[in-house]
Design a protein around this ligand. Structure first.
Ligand code: NAD
Length: 492
């Protein structure tokens, strides 16, 4: 296992603008390691002046570098080279990521970096396959729908999978010929700088990928409101998504892609052929990254006749989790990103217990020597759909359990009044599975599995307050382009 000493790392501080690191800020924010809560550096907050500098640099690069206008095959080659360099430098990147995030170094090496590298390669393949349409007009006219990049895309990322979320945001707009200004989360800011440095090393024109650091209300807001930003692509909470829509509306009506929160159900029917397999899937989909996953399967809905047996198996798996710092040789249960977030999780659990729920396990901190911010896997029963832990996104390892007696009741419980990001259905009955796909209102429905794969062609995005538009897939490329209609009269 590639364990490392967290005190030995050089952190690339600052913003990345025009190919160089820029250390300037309206203030400096302390940055802590989630695994032990220790402060390790300060982060400059980009105010409007620094944001303006980053956007102006991106705009110049978009207009003058040939990124969008010269050979798309050359752009694809640069994207592939960038992917190769990320893979080459995976050890450094993985340490940087594991130091400041909830991701264990082995998970970054085995999952996050290969996923991101492959994602860039997937979108690189689109670069020279984009075009428009010739329209059916009268024959002495030529009607065309021409696609063009927006120019500068503002990409804002969350902290839960810093590298993969950043790449998922920016690979498609870059492949489509846009310049990007990326703002990573202030909680996990540094791997993004290394990604941008590698892009320049791979041959990207300087300014095509800039990074600004800082918090949401100062840096994120200034970026969204900048007049030269042509489109905003955001992943984060529904609350922030609302602010971003406001900022877009108040600053020129910019198109937005919003990947937001979720409260996703896992519906288990008694006809499943292999309950052990289902239990493993249910446990993994709430415990992976300690539940800090937008698509976490946080609401278990189980047919009453198998509830007890399934819960026994899920409890056994959840109880076996042991916390571990992200830089140790053992892969442990992930820490919570911050002490504030841990308290938020615990408050939601406590209020739900006060309302009459029962904790089968957990509902408490899980500490190592009193340091760090770990929360115990928690399973809550005796809950109703109006209770806080069922209604609100907890973003922690908290599974609520409700049972049902028939299919209609199961599907009805699967619906959520606010969210519709993803859902899982476990059944041995193919007709029932197809009915579930029709009935459940969510951007993704998984049947007899849960979670994303390397099938980048399948888009991701939510219904209702879980978002607008899609990341991944052909849809993400289309969302990175705008359409211009052209009609030419060539009659004599
Ligand atoms: P968050 O909304 O607090 O922050 C996300 C990003 O937005 C950060 O970079 C933050 O600095 C920035 N931000 C905050 N306020 C802003 C503002 N007013 N203007 C512009 N930018 C602003 O979310 P988080 O806590 O970092 O991440 C967790 C949330 O993200 C959860 O709700 C989770 O479900 C969601 N998420 C969704 C997906 C998805 O694909 N749907 C993926 C990952 C995470």
């Amino acid at each position: 296992m590639p364990a490392f000493n967290p005190n030995d790392l050089d952190v690339p501080q600052g913003h990345f603008i025009d190919g160089v690191i820029v250390s300037e800020g309206t203030e400096w924010l302390p940055v802590h390691r989630p695994s032990d809560g220790a402060w390790y550096t300060d982060l400059p907050v980009a105010g409007p002046t620094t944001v303006d500098r980053a956007v102006a640099s991106a705009r110049t690069a978009f207009q003058c570098s040939g990124w969008a206008t010269e050979s798309p095959r050359a752009r694809a080659a640069l994207l592939r080279r960038w992917a190769e360099f990320i893979d080459r430098d995976k050890d450094t990147l993985a340490r940087l990521e594991a130091l400041g995030s909830t991701r264990h170094i082995q998970g970054v090496l085995d999952i996050d970096i290969p996923y991101s590298v492959d994602c860039i390669r997937f979108f690189a393949e689109w670069a020279d396959k984009l075009g428009g349409d010739v329209a059916a007009t009268r024959t002495d006219h030529l009607g065309m729908v021409v696609t063009e990049p927006y120019g500068v895309v503002a990409a804002i990322a969350p902290w839960n999978f810093p590298i993969t979320q950043s790449i998922t945001k920016i690979a498609a707009p870059l492949a489509a010929g846009n310049a990007v200004v990326l703002k990573p989360s202030e909680l996990t800011p540094f791997s993004a700088i290394r990604l941008a440095q590698l892009a320049v090393e791979a041959g990207f024109p300087v300014g095509i990928l800039n990074v600004v650091q800082g918090n949401g209300t100062v840096t994120g807001d200034a970026l969204c409101r900048h007049p030269s930003v042509g489109k905003i692509s955001f992943t984060g909470s529904t609350r922030t998504g609302t602010e971003i829509m406001k900022a877009s509306a108040e600053s020129g009506i910019k198109p937005v892609t919003l990947e937001l929160g979720g409260k996703s159900p896992q519906v288990v029917f008694a006809d499943v052929p292999d309950l052990d397999r289902v239990a493993a899937t249910v446990a993994r989909s709430i415990l992976y990254n300690a539940g800090q996953v937008c698509i976490a399967g946080s609401r278990l809905l189980v047919e009453r006749s198998i509830e007890e047996e399934l819960l026994e198996k899920v409890i056994a798996l959840a109880s076996a989790e042991r916390p571990g710092a992200t830089w140790t040789s053992d892969t442990g249960f992930a820490p919570i990103i911050s002490a504030t977030q841990l308290q938020r999780i615990h408050d939601r659990v406590t209020r739900t217990l006060d309302d009459g729920a029962t904790a089968l396990i957990g509902a408490q901190r899980l500490d190592v020597r009193g340091d760090g911010a770990f929360y115990a896997p928690t399973i809550l029963t005796d809950v109703s759909s109006t209770m806080e832990a069922v209604r609100e996104e907890v973003f922690g390892p908290v599974l609520t359990v409700q049972s049902f007696d028939d299919e209609d009741e199961g599907f009805a419980l699967a619906g959520h009044e606010q969210y519709g990001l993803a859902a899982g259905v476990h059944t041995g009955n193919v007709n029932r599975a197809l009915r579930a796909v029709r009935r459940i209102q969510a951007g993704t429905v998984w049947v007899n599995r849960y979670g994303r794969t390397h099938d980048y062609i399948i888009p991701t995005g939510g219904y209702h307050s879980s978002g607008i538009g899609k990341d991944l897939g052909r849809q993400a490329v289309e969302a990175s382009l705008r359409q211009k209609s052209v009609l030419i009269d060539f009659s004599e």
